[in-house]
Design a protein around this ligand. Structure first.
Ligand code: HEM
Length: 137
């Protein structure tokens, strides 16, 4: 009786060991879909912003084609921003900011046109509208 119990217990033990060792074969791989998915184009840390890779770099000539209120790009500090959706929100007179659409606007942004820097809140807001890095000539 004790001998039979010993045999069953040993058998059960080894079955459990084999089952555990082979678990990768029968359990669904958790990261299989994540690994197969393409790298995200959107930067998770900055909602709406594209990841700055050399592939999506834009030249100043391209920026210069977006000069309208409803199609406004600016180059600021080596990055390109599409501010079309932001312009109506800007607290100044519209023409103050629209004047910089399609242009390299780093100094204008840093000085607000009057030697006073934008706030940290403005910097965070700006980051949301980044679409590319600026391609240097
Ligand atoms: C590049 C051209 C720009 C110019 C000339 C400009 C100028 C100004 C002016 C005159 C004011 C109001 C007066 C003041 O607060 O001192 C202002 C405020 C503000 N601007 Fe701009 N701006 C520009 C771009 C931007 C951009 C691209 C953003 C963000 C996406 C932005 C965000 C803000 C915010 C949030 C304020 C409120 C005050 C602050 O937080 O600094 N501006 N800006």
């Amino acid at each position: 009786m004790t001998r039979r119990l010993f045999i069953y217990a040993t058998l059960a033990f080894w079955l459990a060991v084999i089952g555990f060792a082979a678990s990768p074969l029968w359990l669904p791989a958790e990261n299989a879909t994540a690994a197969a998915a393409p790298a995200p184009l959107l930067d998770a840390a900055v909602p709406g912003a594209l990841v700055g890779t050399p592939d999506n770099a834009r030249s100043l000539a391209e920026v210069a084609r977006h000069t309208q209120i409803d199609d406004c790009w600016m180059a600021i500090d080596g990055e390109v921003y599409d501010l079309s959706n932001y312009l109506p929100e800007h607290p100044s007179e519209l023409e103050v900011i629209v004047a910089w659409c399609g242009r390299e606007a780093t100094q204008a942004y840093r000085s607000k046109g009057k030697g006073k820097a934008h706030s940290v809140r403005a910097d965070r807001l700006l980051a949301r509208y980044r679409i590319a890095t600026l391609r240097r000539p």
